[in-house]
Design a protein around this ligand. Structure first.
Ligand code: ADP
Ligand code: ZN
Length: 213
């Protein structure tokens, strides 16, 4: 199964991708996570990506395409994988189709996470992530037991540098301008199903599992 989770920043794709990955064994391929890991390791690719990410802009296509192209050749991807955060524009989507085609594979399904901008702004501005195990928390909806400390591993909870209000608004703008056209692209390929992403993570998970039949 090659599955794409499509939706705006903060719509919960990452949470659901992790859950599906644990249940089915398909790895989660998140270009955002790959780029943040490159930044944390201090690679030159990470350094280049950071300037774009901190502004809420897309990292150049060739960078993320290169990351994904290498990643899907790895052994754990042979039974399938979950794309989260890639493709983010039509050029990336066309390149994905080409790279899968070269391997005799195809994207099976696209699930669109639907939620409004005001709800996203509230979600993203309260979001905190554990610096050690990347567990996610929210200052309003899923507070850690102890202030700024991870329940799972006692790591420190940090706010992502691109979760600041002005950067959030720019990321939403980029989503509507560059990523949303993929809805029409995949509807045309008859691969798109959508779900209501405003509900609880477990309710989204249930809807997602139903759409996978
Ligand atoms: P979110 O979905 O919450 O915006 P991500 O972790 O998916 O977070 O992405 C964070 C940032 O990483 C994006 O704002 C962008 O700068 C960069 N990025 C991630 N994936 C891509 C991609 N496919 N193409 C270009 N830039 C990307
Ligand atoms: Zn933790």
């Amino acid at each position: 199964m090659i599955l794409l989770l499509l939706g705006p920043p903060g719509s919960g794709k990452g949470t659901q991708a992790k859950k599906l990955s644990a249940e089915h064994g398909w790895p989660q391929l998140s270009t955002g996570d790959m780029l943040r890991s490159a930044i944390a390791r201090g690679t030159s690719l990470g350094e280049r990506a950071k300037t774009y990410m901190d502004q809420g802009a897309l990292v150049p296509d060739e960078v993320v395409i290169g990351l994904i192209e290498e990643r899907i050749k790895e052994k754990d991807c042979t039974q399938g994988f979950i794309l989260d955060g890639f493709p983010r524009n039509v050029a990336q989507a066309e390149e994905l189709d080409r790279m899968l085609g070269r391997q005799g594979r195809r994207l099976d399904q696209v699930v669109l996470f639907e939620i409004s901008d005001p709800e996203l702004i509230e979600r993203l501005s309260g979001r905190r992530t554990c610096e050690k195990c990347s567990s996610m928390y929210h200052l309003l909806h899923s507070m850690p037991r102890q202030d700024q400390v991870c329940d799972q591993c006692h790591g420190r909870l940090l706010q992502r540098s691109d979760d600041q209000p002005d950067v959030i608004r720019r990321r939403l703008g980029v989503y509507h301008q560059q990523t949303e056209p993929l809805v029409g692209f995949y509807r045309g390929q008859k691969k798109l199903v959508s779900l209501d992403a405003r509900v609880s993570p477990s309710a989204v998970a249930e809807a997602l599992n139903q759409s996978l039949n």
